[in-house]
Design a binder for this molecule. Structure first.
Ligand code: ZN
Length: 75
C-alpha cells in the first residue's frame, strides 16, 4: 500500500490529503455591558472594568483537505 501519510479521504479514498489548521477567533471585544456597570458603580474608572476579563478565545482545529476532491474532514 502506498501511503503518503496516514490519512485517507473519506469521500474518494485518496491519500493526497493536506493538513490544515483552522483558527476560530471567538472574541470578546470590549465588554460594553460590563463597562457600563463599572461606570455606574465606580465612576469613570469603572469603565476599565469593561476591559477586565477580556480574554479572546482561540480555538484551533486541525483538518485535512483532500487534494483530489477538495473534501475537508477531521482526523
Ligand atoms: Zn477526496
Amino acid at each position: 500500500m502506498a501511503r503518503t501519510n496516514g490519512s485517507q479521504c473519506p469521500k474518494c479514498g485518496s491519500y493526497n490529503c493536506h493538513p490544515i489548521t483552522e483558527t476560530d477567533f471567538k472574541g470578546g471585544g470590549y465588554g460594553v455591558f460590563k463597562g457600563l456597570c463599572g461606570y455606574l458603580i465606580l465612576g469613570p474608572a469603572g469603565l476599565l472594568c469593561g476591559l477586565c476579563g477580556h480574554k479572546p478565545k482561540y480555538k484551533q482545529r486541525t483538518f485535512r483537505v483532500c487534494g483530489s476532491c477538495g473534501k475537508k474532514f477531521r482526523l
